[in-house]
Design a protein around this ligand. Structure first.
Ligand code: ADP
Length: 661
């Protein structure tokens, strides 16, 4: 076994690999870009080396620099994680040449599976079923159209070099073929430098079921069962589970055997995934399944396999790369219980799932246990930058059966809170709690079909949530428990009442609060509520509203509240007349962001003369527009932002050099 390895990756997967390496007493070398000098993977590794600029192409995608670090630090092997260089045949080759073990398959295997047409050809020869279609060399539009007509619509045009859902076009009718072909080729050329396409039958009700395989250097291969990744949004996985619900043992074995056959066909060594598409128009029982592609690396969703088999797949990878045989024979691989994984993303579902950047001002979740695992590359206080994938963490649960695992996930999501940027947390909760999901009524169209149920409702905060915000706001201002003692500025007037205004999705919501005997009386939109505070510790707030207990996580950042209550997430801003709008400009000519947000408009350009008080740009934060005005008269000398840019708290927006008097 190795004594020291380098991890050529970042984020959660780098942390994940480091964990297993350290458990095995293997020293770890992290590499990092300018944007990651204090990232979690750097903090966890035994040593860390800077490899270049924030852009991936200047750091994590630099084989030469990474290899040089490996040689210099005496690392015997490199784990590439997923993404970045993990499926780069030249890198695998360069490692071999430098005498460093690439923890992954050979360059030949990567190449065989790298292009979708070649991969399908190899699989077909090996007797693995593939989706009917055209994979010819002739790319004349006329020929392609004739082939598509022959297959019968709908068809899917796929770039052979495509990946990550890019370079695919669904064509419903013959007359749309040519325009879709052209747009697909343009995208493929731009993204992959290869415009070659294949055409296949589009299955209208498919499930994505993939099989985890492992091969060793002795020519043996086994499968570690399947994962169902049918819950996708725009062909990208959102929720994964293992085993695939409803899959019979017979079909599990048939798919597993086909996957092993596929791995053996290319003499595969290491961890790989054979993705199948299953036509479930007639149900899952004996449904036809077809090879789609092979991913020659560890997958994002590998933890669900680990939880149902009790195996550590990174440990398997390390052993096999070190030349050991497969740790278990096929018959000895257990399959126990059920596991789910959800991908928690910094993105805004209400704004077309736009990626979000910024500082994670709060991140809390359940304790890890046999039922719950958290794989993350960030902690509270860390940044989600514009440079990399905005996945914050993976939440993974296990239980004895699917129903139990669903309950575990529902609970895990309810007890997870992230503030500072928007996430898909509520969207994930809506999927997990959806009745059709509980029934495992799955296919890749699920999210689109139930879109209206799954989208965070865009609803205004309910009264209980407003009551939580009001209590969170008022409570710290109390000196002791008696409201008569409330400190200055918050001292209620003689009749012991005050009123708070919250901005909730651009609407003002008024909350009248008065204290009567031992409870608060709240009046919200003519409803009267009796509220008592049971407990307020850190971000945990428990109150009763008309005798009903309401528990929430309330994160306060200045006047902004993020409230996690049940499966809903609400953003409220405590409006203080006089403190808003005008004060946003900084004192000097340097203006920084008052809060994380998005620049929606820039009204000035570099070199412009501006007058004090002149509007410079509009920032959207917390769904509100904030006009940033010049605090001084002068010239715009620093301006690096454009409309659409995300800005973090305290970032410099604009610099104005004051005009000489
Ligand atoms: P990528 O390499 O970009 O991830 P894949 O070939 O793996 O592309 O396909 C991604 C997803 O697209 C699949 O999981 C499935 O949801 C959908 N898909 C692919 N091929 C078909 C098909 N023939 N019919 C219907 N859906 C398909």
């Amino acid at each position: 076994m190795f004594s020291k390895i380098l991890i050529a990756n970042r984020g959660e997967i780098a942390c994940r690999v480091i964990k297993t390496a350290q458990e095995n007493g293997i020293k770890t070398v992290a590499v990092y870009s300018d944007a990651d000098s204090t990232a979690r993977h750097v903090r966890l590794a035994d040593e860390a080396h800077h490899i270049g600029g924030a852009e991936a192409s200047a750091s994590y995608l630099r084989p030469d620099v990474i290899l040089e670090v490996a040689i210099r630090t005496g690392a015997q092997a490199i784990h590439p994680g997923y993404g970045f260089l993990s499926e780069n045949a030249e890198f695998s080759e360069a490692c071999a040449k430098a005498g460093i073990v690439f923890i992954g398959p050979s360059a030949d295997s990567i190449r065989s599976m790298g292009l979708k047409d070649r991969a399908k050809e190899i699989m077909e020869k090996a007797g693995v079923p593939v989706v009917p279609g055209y994979r010819g060399a002739d790319q004349t539009p006329k020929i392609l159209q004739a082939e598509a007509d022959g297959i019968g619509y709908p068809v899917l045009i796929k770039a052979v070099a495509g990946g990550g859902g890019k370079g695919m076009r669904l064509v419903e009718a013959a007359e749309d073929f040519i325009s879709s072909l052209e747009s697909c080729q343009r995208e493929a050329q731009a993204a992959f430098g290869n415009a070659h396409v294949l055409i296949e039958k589009y299955l209208t009700k498919p499930r994505h079921i993939e099989v985890q395989v492992f091969g060793d250097s002795f020519g043996e291969a086994v499968y570690l069962y399947e994962r169902d990744c049918s819950l996708q949004r725009r062909h990208q996985k959102v929720v994964e589970e293992a085993p695939a619900p409803g899959l019979s043992d017979k079909m599990r074995k048939a798919m597993g055997d086909a996957a092993v056959q596929a791995a053996k066909a290319i003499g595969y060594c290491g961890a790989g995934t054979i993705e199948f598409i299953v036509d479930v128009t007639q149900g899952l029982e004996d449904a036809p399944f077809y090879f789609m592609e092979m991913n020659t690396r560890l997958q994002v969703e590998h933890p669900v396999t680990e939880l149902i088999t009790g195996q550590d797949l990174v440990d398997w990878q390390l052993r096999i790369a070190a030349g050991e045989p497969l740790p278990l024979a096929q018959a000895d691989i257990p399959l126990i219980g059920h596991a789910f994984e959800v991908r928690l993303y910094a993105e805004d579902p209400e704004n077309n799932f736009m990626p979000q950047t910024g500082r994670i001002s709060h991140f809390s979740g359940p304790e890890e246990s046999t039922h719950f695992r958290l794989d993350t590359g960030v902690e509270q206080g860390d940044e989600v930058s514009i440079y990399y994938d905005p996945m914050i963490a993976k939440l993974i649960v296990w239980d004895r059966d699917r129903e139990g695992a669903l309950r575990q996930m529902s609970r895990a999501l309810e007890h997870t809170a992230v503030a500072g940027l928007k996430t898909n947390l509520e969207f994930l909760g809506n999927i997990i709690d959806h009745p059709a999901f509980a029934k495992a009524d799955l296919d890749t169209g699920f999210i689109e079909r139930f879109r209206d149920d799954l989208m965070p409702q865009g609803k205004q905060a309910d009264h209980a949530t407003l009551a939580l915000a009001a209590m969170a706001e008022l409570e710290p201002h109390m000196v002791g428990r008696d409201p008569w003692d409330w400190s200055d500025g918050w001292r209620m007037n003689l009749d012991l009442s005050t009123h708070l205004t919250f901005i909730d999705r651009e609407q003002h919501r008024e909350v009248m609060v008065s204290y009567q005997q031992d409870a608060f009386k709240l009046v919200i939109e003519e409803a009267e509520l009796t509220v008592r505070v049971l407990r307020h510790e850190g971000t945990d707030l428990d109150i009763t509203v008309d005798g009903h207990k309401v528990s929430a996580t309330v994160i306060q950042n200045g006047q902004d509240f993020t409230i996690f209550h049940g499966s809903t997430v609400s953003h409220l801003h405590h409006y203080l007349p006089g403190a808003e709008g005008e004060d946003e400009a900084g004192g000097s000519g340097v203006i920084t962001t008052p809060m994380p947000g998005k620049v929606t408009q820039v009204m000035v350009a570099l070199g412009d003369q501006v007058e004090q008080g002149q509007p410079l740009m509009i920032l959207e934060a917390m769904k509100m527009e904030h006009t940033i005005k010049a605090q001084v008269t002068g010239t715009v000398e620093g301006l690096a932002l454009a409309a659409g840019d995300q800005v973090t708290d305290g970032e410099i927006l604009i610099r104005i050099v004051e005009a000489e008097e």
